[in-house]
Each structure stands twice: as structure tokens, then as C-alpha cells.
Design a protein around this ligand. Structure first.
Ligand code: ADP
Ligand code: MG
Ligand code: ZN
Length: 628
């Protein structure tokens, strides 16, 4: 478009007029300084006084004749970050000034702006001036472009989103609990350091290694450790960053990345979430994604394009190897797969040792006990756990991390932040019965994991929680264990129904029921544990992915489908009736447990079992103690 003054004037004039009124309007209501200091969060006056008493206030600016204040406060919950908040002050708070003086807080009062002042006039000019320049620049820009979207041409180049670290600083020592993977990858380090060793005997150095495992198990860490041990640069990019809105960007990023890597060889290229680009071609919903295919093709071309011994090794990570395009896994590409799984108890202990290195632990804390308590935790969970514990310790002003902080941190990592308990009310009683229902099944049914504690302190989404001591590292699970779990998960709803009646049952059981249905369905379709016989009818729990598994859903006929449904219903119904009966049989025991729970907020497993034992026989549950 050609620049023309006429167009400019035509557009600016109305904008000027509108802008002027807005500008005036803005002045009429709030003082100008308030706008400048806009503090989006508010704090109540009471809390402000509390902060003041605790010496957390750094500075106070008073506005509107002392009716509003912008307060700079230090928030201990946010790493002592300085926050600007707005406080509405009561009309009569002369003692505030005395207090501010007494606490030595610097404060300042700002007068209300009067409109006719020179600033107002200047201000009135600023807006139009900004607007005109803005428009002017805009026109210049568009008229400069030589007939086409020149900008878009360079996207891939100008926004190369890979990172390069000359030295990762991570060593194999920092990675623990995944010994096999480390061993396999130790070889890669040798490839990088002494390629002659291999080429001399005619061995072809592998180009690509695929790390397969769930999130948080240390895949990225491991890749960095390889670079660290070999002392080579580390290039990384995430698969999702290849996939952009503009066709061709992904491919050009791949090109840039490999070019840069070749200039810096020997080095490591790390591609995280490779499944984002590497899904089977031509298989997505809607006939595949052109962009992704181009990117993948480019990646394959680049991998073929350099000789095995240029010293570039590509490491990719995924947790979905099954959806990857077969071409990626062919020899000469990612022909090595290394499994990086969640650690077992020994692995967890080692990971805890790594992360406890720079932390101060109290003498009473045994890492072994923590490792025992945390089956299913990944390396990232464990690192997070120790960090949370350290934060809690600092907040409680203790010298070193004690068991109490570890316990709280485990709860926090598993179930989220602690909330404030409800006051005693009908809904609190209902929640108490619900949780006691879960815990009672957990205690009375032999094949259920034992209760660790029951609590009414909310965490995350949950208003109350029943914790079970997990049986170590989920190995094989028997049919009766699954049935016990279903019954346990139904315990909450059953208690609600028996105590409060059918019409009073609540949405609180929603999550429980989801689990129940999931377990029952898997018993029927995956584990052959129903009257349908030993059939595997579904490969995995049917999540819809954009990859090839879209087509492999139902592997059975309509009639089987309806039999599956009725089997699932039968399993759940049988457990539910049994659970309801259990609740009816132990009505007075439940009343007593609920009263105690409401009074104490938390009952631990041993106390719970003792009380139950006064009313019923509590089956022995051999604690399986894994060896180290
Ligand atoms: P992934 O890439 O598999 O999702 P990461 O490598 O990003 O996992 O792990 C995140 C963090 O968790 C790491 O930075 C590290 O602090 C911790 N971590 C995970 N696995 C391990 C492990 N095996 N040993 C030590 N730390 C680990
Ligand atoms: Mg990662
Ligand atoms: Zn529940």
C-alpha cells in the first residue's frame, strides 16, 4: 500500500476525537498516579495491619486523601517476593500514620490531581501524539514491504527455538536409580570421546538413541549427563516446538538445528517429545498434518545426510514409542531404544541420596524410610518432595528437615496443597462419614491395603482424604485385590447412602466412581477376570490420540460390547451391595469414628484399627517389606 497523507488524516481524526474523550474520562475518576502504579491485587485492611505488625511492609503510598494505599509488601509464601497490592483504608484511621512511623515504614501521601494543571494539558497531548506516531509507523512498515509477506519468509530462521548449552554441568553421578540405562549410555560417551576405538575395527557408530519412559524419570537429565560426561555441547529442542502454525517452519528449524550442530561437532542433539513430530505419517484425524510430515521428512533426511562418524549423536525422548513412525526406528536412525522406567525402591533410595546431598537433614530422618513410603514416585517427584520438605523446614524455622516435614511434603506432592478445614456442619459430617466409609472397608476387607490415616483436612480438590499404605511397587494384582479396591472406593458412597439416605448422596463420590468403573472395566476387557472368560478385548485404556491408535479401537462385535457392559455392571453392583451391608452392620462403630474424626481432624491407621477391633475382627495384613 502506498503511503498517503489523506488516508492518515482520514483515520486519525475520528480516533483523535474518541481518544480525547477517553483520556478525559480516565482523569475524571481516578488520580493519575494510581493508574501508573496500578496494583491489580488487593489486600484487606486487616491483613495489611497483620503484615505491618510482622514487619513485612516496605513502603506505603497514600492516595485520595488517605482512603487508598498502594503497599509494597514482602510475601513469605512466595519466596519473599515483593508484591504491590492495593488496600482500601477505612475513613478514620489516624492511628495508621502513628503506626507507620513507629514501624519505620517509609510512606508518602499523594494529592488528588486537579484537572486544569499543566500536567493535564500535556497529558491531553500525549495520547494523540502517540496515536499519530503509531499509525505513521504502521503505514511505513506496510509500504516498505516489497509486494508480499516478506516477514513471514524468515520465520523459521529468525525464531530458531533450540537451545544450546556449551557445558551442561550434569554428570552420571547426578542421575540415579536407572542403572541399566546409564550403562547402555555409557557407551555413547565413549563414542563421543574416542570414536577411533570403534571406527578402527569397522564398527558403525549409532546415530540415534531413543529414550523411552514416563515423564519425570530423568530422560532429559540423562541426555544432559551424556553431554556432560563427554564434555560436548548440548543442543535441545522439543518436538512440540517443531510443529507450528506455518507450514515449512518446522522443517526449516530442523535444518537450522542440524547445521548448527555440524558446526559444533562433536555434540549431542536432544529432541524432547519426539512423538509430537514423529507420529506415523498419514494417520492423524483429518488425513494427517502436512506440517508435521514435512518436519518429520526433513528430520529423516538430515539423519541420513551425515555420516555415522561426524560425532553428532541424536538422543530423542518419548513416552509413546508405539505411535512413532516406523521410518524413525529403522537402522541408521533411532535404532537403539533405552527404557527409562520409574525407579524401584532401591532406585528411589539412590535418587533421594543424590538430591539430599545439598540439603540439611535432621538425624532422625532415614532416606530408606522415605523410599519405602513412595512407591510409584518418579525421580522428578522425589526431587520435588525433598525440595518441598526443605521449603517447609525453612518456613517453620527449623535447623534441618525432620520427619514431620517429609510427611507433609509427601502429602503435598501426592494430593496437593493443604486447605483450611470446614467448620462443623452437616456437610462436614457427611464428608466424615464418606471417608470413614473408605477407611472401614480398607480395614475390614482382607485384601485391601491397610489404612495409613484418615483426615478431614482438605488437600487439592479433595475435602477429606483416606490414605492407604501402598503395597510395594505394584507387581501382580489378584482378582480379589481388585475387588477389594473396588469395594474400598465404593465405601464413601455406601456410607453416605446408609447414613443419610438415597436422596442425600452427593457429588463427592464422582472421582471414586470413575476409578471403580475403570477398574471393573479393565477386569473384564484386559485381564479376563469376568464370566466372559480369558479374553483381551482392549489393548490399552482407550485414550484417543491423533496417531495411529485412532483406528484400532473396538476389536469386538456389538453383542460382545453389550456383554462387557453388563459384566462391568455386575462386578460393581456385587461389590456395592456387599459394601452397603458392611456399613449397615457397623453403624454404631461408624458413628463413634466420625465423632472422633470431627474432633481430631486426623486419625492415624493404628488408632483407627484399634477402635475397629473393639467392634469387629480386624484381619491381619502382612506388611510386605521390600528388601534393599
Ligand atoms: P524427563 O525428561 O524424563 O521428563 P527430567 O530429566 O526432566 O525428566 O527430570 C526432571 C528432574 O527430576 C531432574 O532435573 C532431576 O532433578 C529429577 N530427576 C528425575 N529423574 C532422576 C534420576 N533418575 N536421578 C536423579 N534425579 C532425577
Ligand atoms: Mg524431559
Ligand atoms: Zn471418596
Amino acid at each position: 500500500m502506498k503511503f498517503s497523507w489523506r488516508v492518515l488524516v482520514l483515520w486519525t481524526l475520528p480516533a483523535l476525537v474518541i481518544g480525547f474523550f477517553f483520556w478525559q474520562g480516565a482523569f475524571a475518576n481516578t488520580p493519575a498516579d494510581m493508574g501508573k502504579n496500578a496494583a491489580s491485587t488487593r489486600m484487606t485492611y486487616g491483613r495489611f495491619l497483620e503484615y505491618l505488625d510482622n514487619d513485612r511492609v516496605a513502603m506505603v503510598d497514600l492516595y485520595e486523601g488517605g482512603r487508598t494505599a498502594i503497599v509494597e509488601a514482602v510475601d513469605p509464601d512466595l519466596d519473599n517476593r515483593v508484591q504491590r497490592v492495593r488496600v482500601d483504608l477505612p475513613a478514620n484511621a489516624p492511628e495508621l500514620i502513628t503506626k507507620l512511623k513507629e514501624k519505620n515504614v517509609s510512606f508518602d501521601a499523594h494529592p488528588v490531581r486537579n484537572d486544569g494543571a499543566i500536567w493535564g494539558l500535556l497529558g491531553n497531548l500525549v495520547f494523540p501524539i502517540l496515536l499519530i506516531t503509531g499509525l505513521f509507523l504502521l503505514f511505513r512498515r506496510s509500504s516498505n514491504l516489497p509486494g508480499g509477506p516478506g516477514q513471514a519468509m524468515n520465520f523459521g530462521k529468525s525464531r530458531a527455538r533450540f537451545q544450546m548449552e556449551a557445558k551442561t554441568g550434569v554428570m552420571f553421578d547426578d542421575v540415579a536409580g536407572i542403572e541399566e540405562a546409564k550403562e547402555e549410555l555409557g557407551e555413547v560417551v565413549t563414542f563421543l570421546k574416542q570414536p577411533e576405538k570403534f571406527t578402527a575395527v569397522g564398527a558403525r557408530i549409532p546415530k540415534g538413541v531413543l529414550l523411552v519412559g514416563p515423564p519425570g524419570t530423568g530422560k532429559t537429565l540423562l541426555a544432559k549427563a551424556i553431554a556432560g560426561e563427554a564434555g560436548v555441547p548440548f543442543f535441545s529442542i522439543s518436538g512440540s516446538e517443531f510443529v507450528e502454525m506455518f507450514v515449512g517452519v518446522g522443517a526449516s528449524r530442523v535444518r537450522d538445528l542440524f547445521k548448527k550442530a555440524k558446526d559444533n561437532a562433536p555434540c549431542i542433539i536432544f529432541i524432547d517429545e519426539i512423538d509430537a513430530v514423529g507420529r506415523q505419517r498419514g494417520a492423524g484425524i483429518g488425513g494427517g498434518n502436512d506440517e508435521r510430515e514435512q518436519t518429520l521428512n526433513q528430520l529423516l533426511t538430515e539423519m541420513d545426510g551425515f555420516e555415522g562418524n561426524t560425532g553428532i549423536i541424536i538422543i530423542a525422548a518419548t513416552n509413546r514409542p508405539d505411535v512413532l513412525d516406523a521410518a524413525l526406528l529403522r537402522p541408521g536412525r533411532f535404532d537403539r531404544q533405552v527404557i527409562v522406567d520409574a525407579p524401584d525402591i532401591k532406585g528411589r533410595l539412590e535418587i533421594l541420596e543424590v538430591h539430599a546431598r545439598n540439603k540439611k537433614l535432621d538425624k532422625g530422618v532415614s532416606l530408606e524410610a522415605i523410599a519405602r513410603r513412595t512407591p510409584g514416585f518418579t525421580g522428578a517427584d522425589l526431587a520435588n518432595l525433598l525440595n518441598e520438605a526443605a521449603i517447609l523446614t525453612a518456613r517453620r524455622r527449623k535447623e534441618g528437615i525432620t520427619l514431620a516435614e517429609i510427611d507433609d511434603a509427601v502429602d503435598r506432592v501426592v494430593a496437593g496443597m493443604e486447605g483450611t478445614p470446614l467448620v462443623d456442619s452437616k456437610s462436614k459430617r457427611l464428608i466424615a462419614y464418606h471417608e470413614v466409609g473408605h477407611a472401614l472397608v480398607g480395614t475390614l476387607v482382607k485384601d485391601h491395603d491397610p489404612v495409613q490415616k484418615v483426615t478431614l483436612i482438605p488437600r487439592g480438590q479433595a475435602q477429606g482424604l483416606t490414605w492407604f499404605t501402598p503395597s510395594e511397587d505394584q507387581g501382580l494384582i489378584s482378582r480379589s485385590q481388585l475387588k477389594a479396591r473396588i469395594s474400598g472406593a465404593l465405601g464413601g458412597r455406601a456410607a453416605e447412602e446408609v447414613i443419610f439416605g438415597r436422596d442425600e448422596i452427593t457429588t463427592g463420590a464422582g472421582n471414586d466412581l470413575q476409578q471403580v468403573t475403570g477398574m471393573a472395566r479393565q477386569m473384564v476387557t484386559r485381564f479376563g477376570m469376568s464370566d466372559l472368560g480369558p479374553l483381551s478385548l482392549e489393548s490399552q485404556q482407550g485414550e484417543v490420540f491423533l496417531g495411529r491408535d485412532w483406528t484400532t479401537r473396538s476389536e469386538y462385535s456389538e453383542s460382545i460390547a453389550s456383554r462387557i457392559d453388563s459384566q462391568v455392571r455386575e462386578i460393581v453392583e456385587e461389590q456395592y451391595q456387599a459394601t452397603l451391608q458392611m456399613m449397615r452392620d457397623h453403624r454404631s462403630l461408624m458413628d463413634r469414628l466420625v465423632d472422633l474424626l470431627i474432633e481430631k481432624e486426623t486419625i492415624d491407621g493404628d488408632e483407627f484399627r484399634q477402635i475397629v477391633a473393639e467392634y469387629a475382627e480386624v484381619p491381619e495384613k502382612p506388611q510386605y517389606v521390600p528388601s534393599l
